[in-house]
Design a protein around this ligand. Structure first.
Ligand code: KPL
Length: 317
């Protein structure tokens, strides 16, 4: 891996063209980089290749850019990529890691995903020095196969799994060439937990109540439950040696900044898809059990979301 090279005109593949995959794909394409969206469905690959990627800004203005799109692992088209961004759902990380391990030996890989445990899964298949992690609080909603609506500004933090590998700096510089700011963190695992707290405080509530992020703060009794859930998760994190303070304040801030957005979990339930609840409240429940703690709020939310998943999946099949 050569992270010394200039970041201009890179060819970047994005594995998982959901809302965040499309958002970052658009950013990179608008910065003049060559973007290859790697799709799991041939129809999506065909549509993206034919219609391009449509980015809808917060004012509802549409912008369209051409991107390449391939169906799964098309070795020929992926032969010359300079970097790969993983935006698949947390429960697909293992399959993604196996796929990447089979393609390339050395390109840098950036995980831009929700949930706890993605880095550990990737590191079972790829050399840790290749892996960087990014967390973002931007709010994005996927529409159809080719559109993404950027519904709320947020912040992106990037850091290396193996400190000092230099890859995270390369990724932040790449984002900067597209006019996107990204902070460099030398403690990315704490950032992963910080982002998980935001998802635990927002996603299950928006999904179960079927509301947008901003609507949560209008209901005092919902706010109380959100606070109790986040504080409980903070305590579980503390048992792991991770000290997080101010998580609930950050949850409120993200609700405000992404008020018009539908959380990814709400989008998943609405589409009859599996959610990432296991990598959020599910991990908190597991760690609590192993540490002799109780996490009733997180356990309850996991149960409720799982119930809804099965109902929606049956209804929409
Ligand atoms: O990460 C998100 C998600 O929806 O998964 C937030 C930041 C809460 C934006 O909706």
């Amino acid at each position: 891996m050569n992270c010394e090279r200039t970041v201009l005109w890179m060819k970047i593949a994005i594995l998982g063209p959901g809302a965040i995959g499309r958002l970052v794909g658009y950013w990179l394409a608008s910065g003049g980089h060559q973007v290859v969206m790697v799709c799991r469905r041939t129809e999506q690959a065909e549509r993206l290749g034919r219609q391009g990627l449509t980015y809808v800004d917060a004012a509802g203005q549409e912008h369209n850019l051409q991107v390449e799109a391939v169906f799964e692992a098309d070795d020929e088209k992926l032969a010359e990529i300079d970097g790969l961004i993983v935006t698949v759902k947390s429960y697909d990380t293992e399959a993604a890691a196996q796929q990447i391990a089979a393609w390339h030996a050395s390109i840098p890989v950036l995980s831009l995903q929700n949930g706890l445990g993605n880095a550990e899964t990737l590191a079972r298949y790829l050399a840790p020095k290749r892996i960087s992690l990014a967390l973002t609080t931007h709010g994005a909603t996927a529409e159809g196969d080719t559109r993404v609506w950027h519904k709320g500004q947020g912040q992106t933090v990037v850091g290396d799994v193996e400190r000092g590998s230099g890859a995270a700096r390369w990724w932040t510089e790449l984002l900067m060439t597209c006019g996107q700011s990204a902070l460099l963190s030398d403690d990315i695992f704490t950032e992963v937990w910080r982002k998980a707290m935001i998802n635990i405080g927002i996603n299950p509530f928006t999904a179960l109540l079927d509301v947008r992020n901003g609507q949560l703060v209008q209901e005092p009794e919902v706010l109380r439950l959100m606070q109790a859930t986040v504080q409980e998760a903070e305590q579980v994190a503390r048992a792991q040696g991770i000290n997080l303070q101010g998580s609930f304040e950050r949850v409120l801030e993200v609700c405000k900044n992404t008020a018009a957005n539908s959380s990814s979990m709400r989008q998943d339930l609405q589409k009859g898809r599996r959610t990432e609840i296991d990598a959020m409240c599910g991990v908190i429940e597991e760690i609590a059990e192993k540490s002799g703690l109780q996490a009733p709020y997180n356990t309850f939310l996991k149960k409720m979301v799982k119930k809804c998943e099965t109902k929606w999946i049956i209804l929409s099949s």
